[in-house]
Write a protein that binds this ligand. Structure first.
Ligand SMILES: C[S@@+](CC[C@H](N)C(=O)[O-])C[C@H]1O[C@@H](n2cnc3c(N)ncnc32)[C@H](O)[C@@H]1O
Length: 1004
């Protein structure tokens, strides 16, 4: 394509892409996220929208643009849904999309053919070439292939590389192809029933009839696609493994075991009794079923004897009393203060003691109770001696089995480069082998052995089929390991019998009580259940009738610059500083994959490569500055490599999800230095706003998609005054267009930032006209852009339309106004607030801790503010309530709670934010000391401060809207006081979306 502006550089289906991206997070069946865990997967809807809008040219007129946007994203409609809130059914109005190609399920809609054709046309009849050099779980290259492009996916991590092969290569090669099911599948009535039911809408009778005909050889073996062959070979692996493993999961009294609950144990420092480390003893706390684990010292007080108490009574006259009673009845041995010994009743060990014991190898584990299936319900029973005998047998059998698999015992060390999300090693789990009980290792090793046996059984298939089936079945070892480690926690809701997988958070924390499922069972978490998730994804990926574009999956560093300059588009979502330690975490999977994939060179090292990973590593013995520099220089290198591989007219789209303004500036600056001109930016909401990691971590619920093109070699240096003038001139029309298009809030600020940057980034460097030899840095220019954009919005809030008059307002007050205008004094999702904060050159942490403007009110975060592992998981009482919200919800701190002594005064050369001055005045007014009010007004020159008067008026209006009576009264009194002393009255203002007020202060 010639260098025609792209749709994304002018317009984007922002709302639709956000709605469908958030919706997609609820989708389970068939979504690539269920193939294998990979952190930070971007939603397919966002990737698809960004790809289409970058690959297609801007149609040129507002009408055609609107039409194209609707074809991509559909229409936004309101839907009334019924929801149960506190026992009552209420109606909730939700926005959703109708039509378009972004919604989950529309990826195969006929409109996609139209887009494929248009894209091809735009590239002169050929498939455009798309590169993702940080491809991770493969969302971007997959969508590029769906749009008919040739996709190249690069990742340095061998686990990501393997996931990419399973997502982008194996299914596509065999899409639309079928082969007869293997003989063993035909012979199994259970499998065939599943197949016949799954592949057609057959009734029970028909299934029985067809089954008989197949099994009697009256019909030739049925043909099936790749997904069914994966199911069949998964089935085969399970049958083989069951033979070896069944005796280690004994069925007692005809009741199959669902799970074993375990507790780690330690010897009491006082009496040497063995203490089970339990956070709670509640096993089931439902209205009709209340069960606790009982625990009594044994006769000689060397440990405890476990039992089960069913029908625990409800005691207490009110909710608080009942909760108190339940807390006592189900108390474990661990609390915030440490461990209490059930034998000597002394507060025995601190967390530090446990660390020391763990490191000395003196933490053990014991089964506390067995969960069994009884008809349709779950029962809990004590462990019987035979089950303990079985555990001893496992230990005997294990070495022999480990010898039969490549690399044998899992003694790969746990030496994370970042301790941000890994803490189990602090308690002695210093090899991957120690993350599993002997029986879990035995089961996983047995599945490795039988999976490898399956390989030799596949020889009757063509090579491509052998490869695809084997690798996809091999992937299931990881899915199983995720559900079979001692980091799996019992699901407390509603019964402690479900398994919460190891990677329910992207972290490897310490667990005290854990759950061991039965991998050979047909229940959730078992091997066969797990293979079904893989088959569903394969089914989704192979269902397309027209073939997808070609793909190439490369195990390489993004910094590698060898390769032709041939890509029409590079779209990528890179790692962000210390946000996620991909290599450290993926080692958990790597150690298993290398045992089933020992023939692949990507799995030939002990662990994954951390040296070349573009991640800021965070170990306590590492220098933060050195690691940060390493990360930044690696990213700069990657941007240069991307530039060298992009055609002259190509585009580079990069996803940013980091929330610190300086991180932005550094990365954008590296992109400009690498030869890119920024031409657009769109903030797409890609996560639900109540995600675990939010404030306190570096991630956002919205990610900003920045669009760039290559700067021609002939570009000349620029001068700051001209660059700023050009930016102001260009951006004004854009701001009005976006405002008129209904883009609001942080979306507006971010949508305008990209286009504004073109004036600066089109020069290799920008010099300062009045300071010879000095350069204008990106940060300085970005500040000017943000100010201009934010002033435009604040101007509309403060003055009802005259955007220029807001310039000069300080950052904190600007943030306050933006936040108050959008969210009032209620709870607000943290994502948009972070975007606003960054656009005011602030961080959410500044606002919460330094300026005390924001309050964290809800949600939980898995990281504390220092970015270290949250050990609260280990140290809190399971029943205790969270004290202060640290996560996803924030709100403005009410003025009367802002009581810092220094508030409203300049500190260390920093002028006091105007909003602090207003709040100080409000406190002074409330004390009734008018003289102090006047002194303060005069000392700060506020009587003649035009913005102060506008601000006061806007706050009156906002507090009326928010029904904050006290605030309205004080602000009005202050305003009247000022007017009485001869200040010209400010004109009534109109907030966008509000009616405004007349001279009497009454609503218009
Ligand atoms: C944010 S993730 C990509 C997620 C992806 N967009 C998705 O939707 O699944 C960043 C990826 O960069 C990879 N990575 C880190 N350093 C790299 C390097 N030097 N070269 C290539 N990939 C790297 C990580 O392994 C990780 O998979």
């Amino acid at each position: 394509m010639t260098d025609h502006p792209r749709l994304i550089e002018v317009a984007f289906p922002l709302k639709q892409a956000s709605l469908d991206s958030v919706h997609e997070k609820n989708v389970r069946h068939g979504h690539i996220s269920t193939l294998h865990i990979w952190p930070a997967r971007r939603p397919l809807a966002a990737c698809r929208a960004a790809l289409i809008a970058t690959l297609l040219p801007d149609p040129g007129t507002p009408e055609k643009r609107k039409e194209l946007l609707e074809k991509i994203g559909g229409k936004v409609v309101n839907e009334v849904q019924k929801k149960k809130v506190g026992g009552k059914t209420v109606e909730v109005v939700r926005e959703r999309t109708e039509g378009g190609v972004l919604h989950w399920g529309n990826e195969n809609s006929p409109d996609m053919d139209w887009f494929r054709e248009e894209i091809k046309k735009a590239y002169g009849g050929r498939a455009p070439r798309v590169l993702d050099p940080f491809a991770g779980g493969g969302a971007i290259p997959l969508e590029a292939m769906r749009l008919g492009c040739e996709a190249t996916a690069i990742d340095i991590n061998p686990v990501a590389w393997f996931i990419l092969k399973c997502t982008l290569e194996y299914p596509q090669k065999l899409a639309g192809q079928v082969r007869p099911l293997p003989k063993f599948a035909l012979e199994s009535s259970e499998f065939m029933e599943m197949f016949l039911k799954g592949s057609g809408k057959l009734g029970k009778k028909q299934v029985e009839k067809e089954l008989a005909q197949y099994q009697q050889g009256l019909f030739p073996p049925p043909e099936a696609d790749l997904a069914w062959h994966v199911r069949a070979w998964g089935w085969w692996v399970l049958q083989q493994a069951r033979r070896d493993l069944e005796r280690f999961y004994p069925i007692i009294d005809g009741k199959p075991t669902v799970a074993y609950l375990w507790a780690r144990t330690v010897a009491c420092k006082n009496c040497r009794a063995i203490i089970p480390l339990l956070k709670t003893r509640w096993l089931c706390k439902k209205d009709n079923k209340r069960v606790v684990l009982t625990m009594e010292p044994n006769d000689n007080k060397t440990g405890v004897v476990f039992g089960v108490q069913n029908d625990v009574p409800v005691i207490g006259g009110n909710v608080a009393q009942r909760r108190e009673y339940d807390k006592k009845v189900g108390a474990g041995t661990m609390s915030r203060s440490g461990v209490t010994c059930p034998c000597c009743n002394a507060p025995s060990m601190t967390m530090e003691d446990l660390r020391l014991e763990g490191k000395a190898g003196r933490l053990n584990a014991d089964v506390t109770v067995v969960v069994v299936q009884c008809n349709d319900s779950r029962e809990y029973r004590a462990v019987i001696p035979h089950e303990r005998e079985v555990l001893r047998e496992v230990e005997v059998k294990l070495p022999e089995l480990l010898e039969q698999i490549p690399h044998g015992e899992l003694n790969e060390p746990l030496q994370p480069e970042s301790t941000r999300s890994i803490s189990c090693d602090l308690y002695g789990i210093n090899t991957f082998g120690k993350m599993f009980t002997p029986r879990q290792t035995l089961a996983l090793a047995c599945f490795v052995k039988t999976t490898r046996q399956a390989r030799s059984e596949l020889s009757s298939y063509p090579l491509e089929w052998q490869e695809a089936i084997y690798r996809l079945v091999a992937l299931n070892i990881d899915r199983l390991a995720d559900r079979c480690s001692t980091l799996c926690r019992p699901d407390p809701t509603p019964t402690q019998s479900g398994v919460i997988n190891t990677f329910s958070k992207f972290a490897l924390p310490m667990t005290w009580d854990f759950i061991e499922g039965v991998p050979i069972a047909n229940s959730s978490g078992g091997y066969i259940h797990s293979i079904e998730w893989i088959a569903l994804v394969v089914e989704n990926l192979t269902r397309r009738v027209p073939p997808m574009g070609d793909s190439r999956v490369v195990h390489q560093s993004a910094t590698h610059s060898n390769g032709p300059q041939c890509f029409d588009l590079v779209m990528t979502d890179p790692p962000y500083y210390e946000a996620i330690s991909y290599a450290d975490l993926s080692d958990f999977f790597y150690v298993w994959l290398k045992r089933v994939n020992e023939d692949l060179p990507q799995f030939s090292t002990t662990l994954t490569d951390k040296t070349n990973e573009a991640v800021q590593h965070m170990r306590s013995d590492k220098s933060r500055v050195v690691e940060r520099n390493k990360y930044e220089s690696r990213m700069a290198e990657a941007f240069r490599s991307i530039n060298s591989r992009l055609t002259q007219e190509g585009r580079f789209v990069v996803v940013f999800a980091h929330k610190q303004p300086d991180a932005w500036e550094t990365l954008v600056s590296a992109m400009i230095h690498a030869g890119f001109v920024v031409t657009g930016s769109w903030p797409i909401q890609t996560e639900m706003s109540n995600r675990g990691r939010a404030i306190g971590s570096a991630s956002l619920s919205s990610s900003v998609w920045l669009v760039c093109k290559k700067r021609p070699d002939s570009a000349r240096l620029g001068w700051d005054n001209r660059v700023l003038d050009e930016m102001r001139h260009n951006i004004h029309a854009r701001l009005r267009d976006y405002w008129d298009a209904g883009i609001r809030g942080p979306d507006f600020v971010w949508a305008a930032t990209g286009p504004a940057m073109e004036a600066y980034s089109k020069h290799p460097v920008v010099k300062k006209a009045n300071e010879p030899g000095k350069l204008m840095e990106v940060s300085e220019f970005l500040r000017a852009v943000r100010r201009l954009v934010v002033d435009f919005v604040v101007g509309r809030v403060l003055t009802g339309g005259d955007e220029t008059s807001a310039s000069g307002l300080d950052d904190v007050t600007t943030y306050y106004i933006l936040h108050r205008h959008d969210f009032g004094v209620s709870d607000a999702p943290v994502g948009p607030c972070i975007l606003y904060a960054v656009s005011c050159n602030l961080s959410d942490r500044d606002l919460a801790d330094r300026f005390e403007i924001l309050l964290r009110t809800g949600g939980l975060s898995s990281a504390d503010d220092d970015g270290e592992v949250d050990e609260s998981d280990e140290e809190t009482d399971a029943d205790s309530e969270p004290e202060e919200g640290t996560g996803s919800i924030v709100k403005l701190r009410p003025w009367h709670q802002r009581k810092r002594k220094s508030m409203g005064f300049d500190t260390e050369g920093h002028p006091a934010p105007l909003i602090d001055q207003v709040h100080r005045l409000m406190h002074l007014w409330k004390t009734g000391d008018v003289a102090k009010v006047d002194d303060y007004l005069d000392s700060r020159g506020l009587r003649k401060h035009a913005l102060f008067l506008y601000l006061l008026q806007a706050l009156i209006e906002l507090s009326r809207r928010d029904e904050q009576r006290d605030e309205v009264v004080i602000l009005e009194n202050l305003s009247n006081h000022l007017q009485a002393r001869g200040v010209a009255p400010t004109r009534p203002v109109t907030l966008p979306g509000l009616g405004g007020y007349d001279e009497n202060g009454d609503p218009a």
